[in-house]
Every structure is written in C-alpha cells, then in structure tokens.
Design a protein. Structure first.
Lengths: 296, 361
C-alpha cells in the first residue's frame, strides 16, 4: 500500500500538470474559431447531459491540422526552430562543458562558491538580463564602443536584430542548465579511474576521451535536453534580440494566437510541436533501455 | 468647477458604500496620459489606481477574449472595439453614473457610432491620424529641399526609400494601419479587404521592404527624437511627442508630422468596461473623471492627441488646438478616412501577408 502511494504521487503530478493541460489544448485544436469569449466552439454544455456530450464530440475535427499542411510557413518555422535549437545546444555544450569541468576540478572548498556564481544570475529577472543584452549589442552599445575604441573595427557591427544576437542570448540564458547537470556528473567521478587509465598507458587527452567523457555522458544528455527542449519554443529571446527575419515557431504561435485570434490553429501548432519533441525523446529512451538490458 | 464637484461627490458616495480600500485597474496605451492626472484621480476619489500599459491592440484583444484579465477600464481602437463588443467582451455603460457624458463632442460621437452603435459601450478617449513623421534636417539632406514629406510617395516610392535607408526608417508593426496606407498609395479604396487588394498592398510594401530598418509600434518615438532614425510611419500624437522631446533635449533634431495628402487613416481609441471587470462602479468613476473638461484637456495638452470632448476645447493650449496636425482643418478632415474591422478569413490572409512582408517567408 505504501509503495502504491509513493508511485501515485509523481503520476498525480503528471496528470495535473501535463495531461490535463494537454487534453485542453488538444480539444481546442479540434475546435472551430468563433466570435465569442473564449473565441472558439463548441463549448461543453453540461446542462444538456448526454446529448450535449454527443454534439460536442461531433463538432470536433482535424481540419486545423490539415490547414497547417497547406501553407509552407509552418514547416519552415518548425525547421528553422529545430536548426536554431540544435545549433545553440551544441554551442552551449561547447561553452558549458569546460566550465563544468573546471568547477569539478577546482579545490573542494571553492566548489560551493563557484556553484553559487553559476546560479547567481537567476536572482535577476530573465527579462531584464535579455534587455541588458540589447544595450550591449546595439549599434551604439557597449560592445561596439569597446571594439571601436580598441580599433578592431572602423564602423559599428550590426549584431542586434540578427540571428547572431539570438544565439548569444540563448547561450547566455541557458548556460546554467547545461553546466549544472554536467558538473554533478563530473563531481561524482572517481579520480582513481583517471590514474588507472594513465597507469595503463593512456595519455591525459585520451584518458579524457575514454574515461571522463563517457562517465559524464548522462550529465551531457540531461544538459542537452534541458537546453534543446525549451529553446525550440523560445519566444522572448528571438522577439527582443532577433530581427524580423528570425523565423521561429514561438513567433508563429504568437501571431496565430494574437493577430489572427485563431486559438484552434494556434493549439494545433502547439500539439505538433509537442509531438516533434516527445517522439524523439521516447525513441531515445527506448534505445537507452535496450542498451542497458543488453549490458545487464 | 461644477463637474469637478460632481466627480468628488460621486467618489465620496462610492467611498461610503465600500468601506474597504478600493482599487480600479486601468489598461491603456503606453505614453498616453499625463501621469499627474493619475495622482489627481487618487486624491480626488480616494480610489487606488493601478495603471498598466500595452502597445498593441492584438495583445489587448486576446486578453479580452480570454476573459478574466482583471481590468476595469481598457482602451481598444474602434475597429477592435466593434469586434470585441460582438464577442460580448464589454458591458453597457450606466449613463446615470456618467454626468460628464454631456461634455462629449457630437462630431466625434457620430463617427464612433459606426463601431459602437449609439455609443452605448464606450466613450472616446483620443483620436488621431496615422501618417508620416520626419526628421526635417536629415530628410532634406538626403532628398533635397523639395522632399515630399507630406506624401505617401516619401515612404512607398522605392527611389526615395533607398536614399532614406541610410538614415533609418521605421514602420508601425500594425498591418491594420499599414495596409490601408499602402492601398491608398496604390490608388485603391483603403477599406478593401479582398485578395486582389491585399496582393496590391503586398506589392507596394515588398518594394520598399529592404529599406525599412524595423517594424515596431512604440520605439520610434525615442528613435525619432534622438535622431537615430529620420522617417517613421506612425501615429500623429506619438510623432508630435517625439517633436516635443527633441525640442526639450535641444539636440538639433527637428521633427515634423504630416497626414499624407493622398488621404490618411483616422482612428478612435475608446474607453470601455470589460464585462467581467472586478469593480465596474469605480470604472464609471474613472470614466467620469476622464470626461471632465479640464482633465481631458490636461491629457491632450500632454500627449498631443485630439480628444472627443467638446467642453475641453476651451482649456486646450494653443499648441494643441491651433495645430492642424492635431485638430485638422476642414480641408484635411475631408481627406481623412475610416476603416472597418477585418472578418476572420480576411484577417488570416492579412496576417499571413504581413508575416511575409516582415520575414520574407
């Protein structure tokens, strides 16, 4: 009985915070636009009883999903989001891994301070930090003035309102999500394994490749998921730092929702986005499990 | 003074009926009021005023349609108001609680009648035109002294725009404002919404797209005032505020506003009370306060927009009432047009086209 309750708690969370909202979004995506509050129909009429249920389900259809295939805007936006998300995940990993590595190699008494420094930016609002980047990257901004002063460039670089600014913003914002899981994996690593590898004739570099990287694999995977998944749907960073040429699915969703007032199509876009994310993750976990079984 | 007293009694009566500290939540456009008025309202009525701002009708509309936004007074533009009334987002005003309603200007009420028949749901706050703001110094430097600063030719002729792109051009990020202007330039009826008309507008916009630095609906005020950009297609009062800020900063920037001679869009921002407003009583007190002749004049004197309040005219400073860019003369008034809301299907084509213009996809 106690075990049952223990298992039930996380499932309750999953149902309350994921499944119910998802069913609501799915339901809206099968509805039609209406000039009403809220702006879609049908609404479930409990007073009408069983017939109300029947007419409610009869009015739902997949028309909005069909609509998404008729305009190339949507798949272009999905592709562009995937590409931006993949690129920035790789960049975050390249920047984040050395930081995590240095932290894990630092003297133990320093580690809490270093950990604190990684978490510290969270104490300021995310929005303010992205705004600060607007001040740094603009034509008259700090970065350009510094480079002009150094004499590296003769006229200001246009960085703000381009994809470069979006990448900088994403890497900066999501860096802690990459650093923390990798750090926790590296910190747990047993140093004697490296000594053993060197005793057996490994150079330091190959010991890093053959021992450290594989042992931190779980941290790397967790970090990549923590960055990749939220970045795909990112809206704030591209709208503040990106130009009008930055195409991301988050912005398309905003347009559907706010400009077109078409909640059903907006919901259909969101459902597809979820499928794009969930299916690869499930496949990946299946694969992992198979491997573990094969090893075990 | 009489109206003043009325406001106070209305406030006092409300205070008596609600013993606890009251609050009223107002959601208005950014840079759209003299903030001293907000303090004055709190002092006169004893109601706490929570004042939030937005810069797009779309944002406001989504909040209204979702419901439960928690605001007591909101300020949509006429075309948006009409659709939101149809969706059942607003409550009818209780005229018995609005003794200052008599101050309103019948000329404007006749025009807002097309969005809100009988003016039952809303009062006019401000109205204005959408047109061209220029940094006169820079534009004459680029295009010469005969630059067509009062013509759509300035912003829709690629030859002019190519030259202007060196000093920066901003357009409103509001398709419902930009498409009528593009249609006027193409010689079509600005209120047309069919595919053929939209295609014509798209062609006009795409031809100048490479020369537009940014589509944004509020940044241009500061950008124009600082001299960061030299042309903005925007709202009349915003550009006049930029003119004022530049004059105050004494930075050598001279800003001018013109409603295009080919015809300009006339719009009306209307104050209304959401159907689920937490405190409709206090909302009425706020509307009545705003309709006070002196208060309304103070707001117009500050934001450089014309208002729909006839009684306020005697309190307007010469800078406002005497400026034909704000209170147009008869000849200009004839050139001003109004438009109707977009139905859902046309709205979708419009948004799609706007995305294409902005992002090239």
């Amino acid at each position: 009985m106690r075990r049952f309750i223990l298992i039930a708690v996380p499932y309750l969370w999953l149902v309350a915070l994921f499944l119910i909202p998802f069913v609501i979004v799915l339901k809206i995506s099968l509805s039609d636009v209406a000039l009403a509050r809220p702006p879609y129909m049908p609404q479930l009429d409990f007073a009408a009883g069983w017939e109300g249920f029947q007419s409610f389900f009869a009015a739902l259809d997949f028309e909005n999903f069909w609509f998404l295939t008729t305009d190339d805007l949507y798949w272009k936006a999905y592709l562009s989001s995937l590409q931006i998300s993949l690129t920035s995940t790789v960049m975050t990993l390249l920047v984040g891994y050395p930081i995590a590595y240095a932290m894990a190699r630092a003297a133990p008494e320093w580690r809490p301070t270093l950990l604190m420094l990684v978490i510290l930016p969270f104490w300021t609002s995310f929005l303010i930090r992205v705004y600060a980047w607007m001040g740094i990257l603009s034509n008259e901004g700090l970065l350009n003035q510094f480079l002009l002063w150094l004499g590296v460039i003769n006229e200001p670089l246009t960085i703000l309102n381009t994809n470069t600014a979006v990448y900088i913003g994403i890497v900066y914002t999501y860096l802690p999500f990459m650093v923390l899981p990798i750090y926790s994996a590296l910190e747990r690593m047993d140093d004697s394994l490296l000594e053993a590898a060197e005793d057996l004739g490994c150079s330091r570099l190959s010991a890093f490749w053959l021992v450290t990287i594989p042992l931190s694999k779980n941290g790397i995977i967790a970090g990549c998921f923590l960055v990749f998944i939220p970045v795909i749907g990112e809206f704030v960073i591209p709208s503040l730092l990106g130009g009008s040429g930055t195409l991301m699915i988050g912005k398309v969703l905003w347009e559907e929702f706010f400009s077109n007032r078409d909640w059903p199509v907006a919901s259909a876009v969101a459902v597809i986005l979820l499928l794009i994310l969930v299916i690869p993750i499930i496949l990946f976990q299946r694969n992992e499990q198979k491997q573990r079984e094969a090893e075990g | 003074m009489k109206t003043h007293l009325l406001t106070m009694t209305a406030g006092a009566a409300l205070m008596a009926s609600f013993a606890t500290a009251e609050e009223v939540r107002v959601y208005n456009w950014s840079d759209y009021i003299d903030e001293e008025l907000l303090t004055k309202f709190e002092e006169e009525t004893g109601i706490d005023l929570i004042y939030d701002v937005f810069d797009s009708n779309e944002l406001l509309e989504t909040k209204m349609l979702a419901g439960g936004a928690g605001y007591d007074v909101v300020v949509p533009t006429g075309t948006f108001l009409q659709r939101q009334i149809a969706a059942g987002a607003f409550q009818k005003l209780d005229m018995s609680k609005l003794p200052n309603k008599g101050n309103m200007w019948d000329v404007i009420e006749k025009r807002t009648d097309q969005y809100d028949p009988g003016n039952e749901f809303s009062i006019n706050y401000m109205w204005g035109t959408t047109g061209i703001g220029v940094n006169t110094g820079k534009v004459t430097e680029v295009l010469g002294t005969d630059a067509p600063i009062a013509s759509l030719d300035l912003v829709f002729n690629p030859d002019n725009m190519e030259k202007l792109s060196s000093c920066g051009v901003h357009f409103l990020d509001a398709p419902t404002e930009m498409i009528p202007a593009a249609l006027t330039y193409a010689g079509l009826d600005p209120d047309r919404k069919d595919d053929e008309a939209l295609a014509a507008a798209e062609e006009v916009l795409l031809a100048v797209r490479p020369y537009i630095q940014k589509f944004h609906s509020s940044e241009y005020i500061n950008a124009l005032a600082n001299g960061d950009i030299c042309v903005a297609f925007g709202w009349s009062g915003d550009i006049l505020q930029a003119r004022d800020r530049a004059a105050e900063a004494d930075n050598g920037v001279e800003v001018a506003y013109n409603a295009p001679v080919e015809g300009a869009l006339m719009w009306f921002d209307q104050m209304a009370i959401p159907v689920d407003a937490p405190n409709p009583e206090a909302a009425h007190v706020f509307l009545n306060f705003i309709m006070d002749a002196q208060n309304m004049a103070a707001a117009s004197n500050y934001v450089y927009y014309a208002n729909g309040n006839a009684a306020s005219k005697e309190f307007l400073v010469e800078d406002v009432i005497g400026d034909t860019a704000i209170y147009p003369d008869e000849a200009t008034l004839e050139k001003l047009y109004t438009v109707t809301p977009f139905p859902p299907r046309e709205q979708r084509s419009l948004t799609r086209m706007w995305t294409k213009v902005k992002s090239g996809t």
